[in-house]
Design a protein around this ligand. Structure first.
Ligand SMILES: CC(C)[C@H](C(=O)O)[C@@H](O)C(=O)O
Ligand code: SF4
Length: 775
């Protein structure tokens, strides 16, 4: 049946969460699920404390630790203070532990068998559900879109906003559909599929869009595989990725600890079945890809779009005419230590990493184990890390004997965490080491200073570890070829993992005081005001106002500058918003003196003459600030003195984060930058940016160079007036309460959330013999 007003899946979920729409067209959306980790939350909780605010919906909030924690055995674990050696990592984890106590947020700490990577535990517990809005101070929140939820990464200011108000201010994104027609060939995984897609659309391809992945090849995938795809939609620049929920989704959710039960399940299911794009719904972009074109794919360079079939050769810049692309390619080849035209399968590796929120689920481990079984890692391979995404996955894998297969192959079997995906913990690569990695980012320095990352599927990473070089999985010799390593039929597999979840749950319920009804009493029946203050202080966050700025403008001739490059991982361990100036563009601004080992300045533009005092950055290539959601990027720019960035396009989360900090990002067509602004800036003149008039002028002659640059009305209003949006949103309390009343009825199956996790108090032991949460 054709709907009279056909809508996309994204439109439907978005519309079902509108709390309020203001005159400028900006929306206030209700957030159903908020995941919290240690890296992006300290400053948010501090903000709440300073303003005397509370966490509005504890039941909608779930916290864990993942980025900073070591992945070595926890057999001797007593507490974080004695277990984590690195001071700044320990402080960040301890700060989260204090915050979850102070704000009574449900938390899976290092002594809880359910701890894991934030994007693994949400779905695993049934916290992530179809049709919900899910946020986290982490760009890979897009993972949860695999359930047909609208899930996206946010910055720390927004984390604070959600904690205080349970809402977020959003503009409507565009709709993009990527249909993968037909069947994937034998041995092709969802990782190959998503790398292929990013190779086709580019890392800026999805900017400003929510991508719906559709088509037969997607429908045939398991939930784990769908999560890997949505996980990497952020690498395609999209705000979020979504897949319509279907029987596979419902089967995965049913029975999970936080999934609706009984009549609530039936009610939820009836709603979830309405969550699909209607026939005739409008997509701003509609892309079709033939599944049969997808082959085993790996990356060669420092951007996820540098993806190639494993059978290809390293590209040659001599064949590229666009000067920005050519320079980018030359730089990447140099950084990666690669010679043009050599075969990818001839490239040797030093280490392999099987893990991360993209590929650390049970299905991924099974695929890697199937390859490793009966083999030994190659002699040139120094280390192969296998890091499960959660304690529950680890337990399940051990139950299936996968750990034994890995250990027999000489791989190192670890505890759950982000591990070598970004090296904020002891798992890092040494300079110039090459890694076959199942993670999602191959940026410069991502896995360690001067490290070289190549992205691929778990099977291909395991095969590279065995062979010592990149390997086409289609040519790989499995031991007992026709006898797969892991003998579990699909249905049994799902059941096995669910049993693990349940066994865990059962064991601890016994000690739990109170009935479910009592625990539910914890949830506000009619919402309390989110602030203990009687009057809302609309400037509590104290954002700087931006009106007219005349400033030194530094040209930056680069595309795809990711936030890892703007502020590398080692600077994310702070619990403050300030003091990040020295970390800004650290890898580009400094090199190590070979004799003293000290930092020496390079000739990077911000180290040169007047540009040391630059206040405006003019970026000629597109996609500035892509990648991670770290608000540390605008904080570092601000600390340096930059107040405005001009570029052809920005990463969505970075754009948002900048505005929240009083920094003005201006999008302009590449030719306008090249023709009107670049020559003026290159000649050493300043620019004047006039936000009220939306103009850019010559700093000396006052000639108007650009008139009427685009900016959303609401953002302009906040920037010009230095308004903190938490204060503004709290003035909409009445609308939030109204929405919550409707939600309690229409979406009653979402009530309770993380507060249903047992036990909150009084737990004695988890199945892992470790103490569970006690507050
Ligand atoms: C630390 C966090 C802000 C970051 C992200 O947003 O993605 C991290 O998870 C990453 O993968 O780079
Ligand atoms: S991308 Fe890596 S660092 Fe970021 S959340 Fe996922 S596993 Fe952790």
């Amino acid at each position: 049946m054709v709907a009279s007003n056909p809508k996309t899946l994204y439109d439907k979920v978005f519309e079902d969460h509108i709390v309020h729409k203001d005159e400028s067209g900006s929306y206030l959306l209700y957030i159903d699920r908020h995941l919290v980790h240690e890296v992006t939350s300290p400053q948010a909780f501090e903000g709440l404390k300073n303003a005397g605010r509370i966490v509005r919906r504890k039941d909608c909030t779930l916290a864990t630790v993942d980025h900073n924690i070591p992945t070595v055995s926890r057999k001797t674990f007593k507490n974080v203070s004695t277990f984590i050696d690195q001071d700044d990592s320990r402080l960040q984890v301890e700060t989260l532990e204090q915050n979850v106590k102070d704000f009574d947020v449900t938390y899976f700490g290092m002594d809880d068998g359910r701890q894991g990577i934030v994007h693994v535990i949400g779905p695993e517990q049934g916290f992530t559900l179809p049709g919900t809005t899910v946020v986290c101070g982490d760009s890979h929140t897009s993972t949860h879109g695999a359930f047909g939820s609208l899930a996206f990464g946010i910055g720390t200011s927004e984390v604070e906003h959600v904690l205080a108000t349970q809402t977020i201010i959003q503009a409507k994104s565009k709709n993009m559909r990527i249909t993968i027609d037909g069947d994937l060939s034998e041995g092709i995984t969802s990782k190959d599929l998503v790398l292929h897609v990013i190779g086709v659309i580019g890392t800026a391809g999805g900017t400003g869009c929510v991508i719906e992945f559709a088509g037969k090849a997607i429908e045939n995938l398991s939930m784990e595989a769908r999560m890997s795809i949505c996980n990497m939609s952020i690498e395609g620049g999209a705000r979020a990725g979504m897949i319509k929920p279907d029987q596979t989704t419902f089967d995965y959710i049913k029975g999970r600890p936080l999934a609706p039960k009984g009549a609530e399940w039936d009610k939820a299911l009836a709603y979830w079945k309405t969550l699909h794009s209607d026939e005739g719904a409008y997509f701003d972009y509609d892309i079709k890809i033939a599944a049969s074109d997808i082959v085993p794919t790996i990356t060669w360079g420092n951007s996820p779009q540098d993806a190639l079939p494993i059978s290809a050769r390293v590209p040659d810049p001599a064949n590229v005419s666009d000067p920005i692309k050519k320079a980018g390619m030359e730089r990447a080849l140099k950084y990666q230590g690669l010679t043009p035209n050599i075969k990818l399968v001839d490239i040797k590796i030093d280490k392999a990493f099987i893990g991360s929120c993209t590929n650390s689920r049970i299905e991924d481990l099974r695929a890697a184990a199937k390859v490793a079984r009966g083999h030994k890692k190659a002699d040139n391979v120094k280390l192969v890390l296998v890091v499960p995404g959660s304690g529950l996955i680890k337990a399940q894998a051990e139950k299936e004997g996968l750990d034994k297969i890995f250990e027999a192959a000489g791989f190192s079997w670890r505890e759950a965490g982000c591990s070598m995906c970004l090296g904020m913990n002891p798992d890092i690569l040494d300079p110039e080491e090459r890694c076959a990695s199942t993670s999602n980012r191959n940026f410069e320095g991502r896995q360690g200073a001067r490290s070289r990352t190549h992205l691929m599927s778990p099977a291909m990473a395991a095969a590279a570890a065995i062979k010592g070089h990149f390997t086409d999985i289609r040519d790989y010799d499995y031991v007992n070829h026709d006898e797969p390593a892991v003998h579990i039929e699909n249905e049994e597999e799902d059941k096995a993992l669910q049993d693990a979840v349940y066994e865990h749950e059962k064991e601890i319920i016994e000690d739990t005081p109170g009935t479910e009804a009592e625990r539910l009493n914890d949830i506000p029946k009619s919402s309390e005001p989110a602030s203990k203050k009687s009057k809302v202080d609309s400037t509590a966050g104290g954002m700087d106002a931006f009106t007219v700025l005349t400033g030194i403008t530094a040209p930056l001739e680069k595309a795809n500058v990711d936030t890892d490059a703007i502020i590398p991982k080692q600077f994310l361990k702070t619990i403050k918003r300030t003091g990040l100036k020295s970390g800004l563009f650290y890898e580009a601004r400094y090199t190590k003196d070979p004799e003293t080992g000290k930092d020496v300045e390079t000739d990077f533009i911000l180290n040169v003459g007047q540009y040391r005092k630059a206040e405006i950055l003019l970026v000629t290539g597109d996609n500035f600030g892509c990648g991670s959601s770290r608000e540390h990027a605008p904080w570092a720019l601000k600390d340096f003195g930059i107040k405005c960035m001009i570029a052809p396009s920005f990463g969505d989360i970075f754009y948002n984060n900048s505005c929240k900090n009083g920094l003005l990002p201006i999008r302009l067509p590449q030719e306008v930058i090249a023709d009107k602004l670049y020559p003026v800036v290159k000649a050493g003149y300043q620019l004047t940016v006039d936000l009220p008039k939306q103009e850019i002028r010559h700093g000396e002659t006052d000639e108007v160079l650009v008139d009427n640059f685009e900016i959303e009305e609401f953002r302009k209003h906040c920037l010009v007036n230095g308004l903190d949006d938490i204060g503004l949103t709290l003035q909409k309390e009445e609308f939030i309460q109204k929405y919550e009343a409707i939600r309690r009825d229409k979406f009653s199956f979402l009530e309770g959330g993380s507060k249903l996790i047992k036990p909150v108090k009084g737990a004695k032991k988890s199945v892992y013999g470790l103490k569970a949460q006690e507050w």
